[in-house]
Design a protein around this ligand. Sequence first.
Ligand SMILES: Nc1ncnc2c1ncn2[C@@H]1O[C@H](COP(=O)(O)OP(=O)(O)OP(=O)(O)O)[C@@H](O)[C@H]1O
Ligand SMILES: [Mg+2]
Length: 334
Amino acid sequence: MGLAANIVLGERYRLIRRLGRGGQSEVWLGERLATGQHVAIKAHIDKDVPDPVALQRFVREARAISQLRHPNTVRLFDFGSGPAGYQFMILEYIEGETLESWLKKMAAQGHVPNQAQIIDIGVQVLRALAEAHSLGIVHRDIKPANVMMQQLAGEAPLVRLVDFGIAWVSQSVLTGLGRSMGTPAYMSPEQSMGRPVDGRTDLYSLGLVLYRCAAGRPPFDGKPMQVISQQMTAEPLSLAETTRTPLSQRLVAAVHRALAKNPEERFATATEMRLALEAASLQPLAPLQNERHYLPVRSDGTSVPATSDASCDLSTEVDLSSPKSRSRVGASES
Ligand SMILES: Nc1ncnc2c1ncn2[C@@H]1O[C@H](COP(=O)(O)OP(=O)(O)OP(=O)(O)O)[C@@H](O)[C@H]1O
Ligand SMILES: [Mg+2]
């Protein structure tokens, strides 16, 4: 049985409309029957055959979010089972859009966010990460589709981190699942190789997100396995050259530091990276080096919007526990 509008889960929550669908879950806008309050309902869905590991991961996601209190992280209200054994999380409903869709809308108009907006996004994600990391929770799936821009009347968007679906929780009995998953365009070298990760993997992924914000595209693209190989070995083009909005040299340096292949060469903590971004906002902007290259002009004189996403598959998620994937990228299970 699939989920559908008006189904009531746990006798308390009514489904209204689907907001998103992932590999093994669906996210719905719902309402709490007693109060009419809007909530987001994330339900675990077994596709063909029951997958106990995926279900364990879903429960682990709920446990991870339940520990987090930071205002830049989504809140968990409840957890339960519904008809046909569905497990579901009741999350705070975040009214707004994902950073992915926010960036795509801007790109369609030929724009990228400016430095102040980029730093604001980075700082808020880093505040959420500082709390998660302090509790031993590594998100492992930082990407624009998992960052929401919450609209609040009269305010700049509040950045909210969602989707702890593949989070790594230290000392959890469920960590030894031997699976290394993620989205190639935003995956760190150590994650790509299936090696053990710590909070610095999230800093690398956030570096890729900030690079994408400024340049209109992440530094590595192509087919998923090509991207994974570039994450492991290729140096990104300097953001000073690829940026489409003026940035301070300190911001360029901070993004590149986050993108170091060796975690030891990155920022040690989310807070250290946040302070670097905040300091970068105080330095004057450097002029664009390469404006014409990144704003190509059509024969009629109008500029071509830099929609990065046509040429590269940024959303594919890979499960490197598949032997076929591992042998192609030389990754091993953690
Ligand atoms: N709390 C929320 N409020 C509003 N919309 C949400 C919320 N949580 C998720 N969404 C929407 O649903 C989409 C999918 O959610 P999420 O990223 O948690 O699941 P997923 O990627 O399908 O999960 P998984 O990778 O664990 O299978 C998000 O990109 C966002 O558009
Ligand atoms: Mg997601």
